[in-house]
Design a binder for this molecule. Structure first.
Ligand code: PMP
Length: 398
């Protein structure tokens, strides 16, 4: 008998499974709107100019690769702090933020989850209903019980904000609430500024712990605009967690560049928190890899490259918005009766299209248009060449 006789086959990752199906599809018109990746108007994964420039400079003076410190490249961690909280913010200047380099946004979430399990071992975790697939799994694997708070209202095509507030109000003190800082994945619906104020008031009044997942800073309304919500939590005097991902904003998916920032009450507390974050990193993977963090630090800390990055990020953001409008117009032109205008009120990479599972299956099997069964489509994969085909296909299944 083998050690592994009783090992069960784990369910396939739904998105990666979709990718495999897409790759095997022989339809010449096939379009992959499943995976959350930004493609340019030629359907290509961009390699940003600012990244190429930074790499060129790095390659000109190649350096040896010793171990990084456990918490990563100092210049990188400082650049993340400045980006997320503002370089001149009191919270950064007073030394209350502990930031560590992490293996993507996923790594930031995992390090935060492991640390939280030590700080609040009996707390429950709440994630939005629905949420990014991995949120639940990451916190369950860190040993937490995970529940949902109300979020999406299918009938209203928007956020069930009363439901969300009610869920948070009913949560026990100490509950860890995972919030999408911007560009909610999968729905594309964010809450308004005024609604954030209400959420913050409940988090404060009920003694909840906010964990803000910032995987799309700059993909919504702008770098500062998307980051503003963090400042609101800080202004409320809360101890928060923020995970950062540069996968999308730098188009550096495979380099696994992310971070975790924790806001403590004072400098001394921040030092103790940092020491524990380092334990979490040390026992997971010892220390982070160099290249991606070095590239991002080089870009963020150089005014010229930074300006280039901002303009390249803006280009991605603007193109996604244009595609949303084209989708709405194209669906109308293709004869879709119902008003699809809600697509332009969504933000970020994704759209909850409102299509049923049956319709999504038909889109795949009859037209080679791949989105998830939940009706989620990645609008960042639409372009001027595939948009008409996608609109025609959707019009035929609705
Ligand atoms: N959080 C959310 C909401 C995401 O959509 C993603 C990426 N799909 C991540 C975290 C993880 O990002 P990364 O690839 O940098 O680990």
């Amino acid at each position: 008998m083998s050690l592994f006789s009783a090992v069960e086959m784990a369910p396939r990752d739904p998105i990666l499974g979709l990718n495999e199906q897409y790759n095997a599809d022989t339809n010449p018109n096939k379009v992959n709107l499943g995976v959350g990746v930004y493609f340019d108007d030629n359907g290509k994964l961009p390699l940003l100019q600012c990244v190429q420039a930074a790499e060129k400079t790095m390659m000109a003076t190649p350096s040896a690769r010793g171990y990084l410190p456990i918490d990563g490249i100092v210049a990188y961690d400082n650049a993340v702090k400045a980006l997320v909280f503002g370089a001149d913010s009191d919270v950064v200047k007073s030394g209350r933020v502990s930031t560590v380099q992490a293996i993507g946004g996923t790594g930031g979430l995992k390090i935060g989850a492991d640390f939280l399990k030590k700080v609040s071992p009996n707390a429950k975790v709440m994630i939005s209903d629905p949420s990014w697939e991995n949120h639940r799994a990451i916190f369950v694997n860190a040993g937490f019980e995970v529940e949902s708070y109300a979020y999406y209202d299918a009938a209203k095509r928007g956020v069930n904000f009363e439901g969300m507030l009610a869920s948070l109000n009913a949560a026990a003190a100490g509950t860890i609430v995972v919030l999408h800082a911007c560009c909610h994945n999968p729905t594309g619906y964010d809450i308004t500024d005024a609604q954030w104020d209400q959420v913050i008031a409940v988090v404060k009044a009920k003694g909840l712990t906010a964990f803000l997942d910032m995987a799309y800073q700059g993909f919504g309304h702008g770098i500062a605009e998307d980051g503003a919500v963090i400042g609101k939590f800080v202004a409320a005097g809360l101890n928060i967690f923020v995970s950062t991902s540069f996968s999308k904003s730098f188009s550096l998916y495979g380099e696994r560049v992310g971070a975790l920032s924790v806001v403590a009450s004072d400098k001394e507390e921040a030092a103790r928190v940092l020491s524990q974050l380092k334990i979490a990193i040390r026992t997971n993977y010892s220390n982070p890899p160099i290249h991606g963090g070095a590239v991002v630090a080089a870009v963020l800390n150089n005014p010229e490259l930074r300006a280039q990055w901002e303009s390249e990020l803006a280009e991605m953001r603007v193109r996604i918005k244009a595609m949303r409008q084209k989708l709405v117009d194209g669906l109308k032109a293709a004869g879709v009766q119902q008003d699809m205008g809600f697509i332009t009120s969504q933000i970020g990479m994704f759209s909850y299209s409102g299509l049923t599972k049956d319709q999504m299956v038909r889109l795949r099997s009859e037209f080679g248009v791949y989105g998830t069964d939940t009706g989620r489509m990645c609008v960042a994969a639409l372009n001027s060449k595939n948009i008409d085909y996608v609109c025609q296909a959707i019009a035929k299944v609705v």
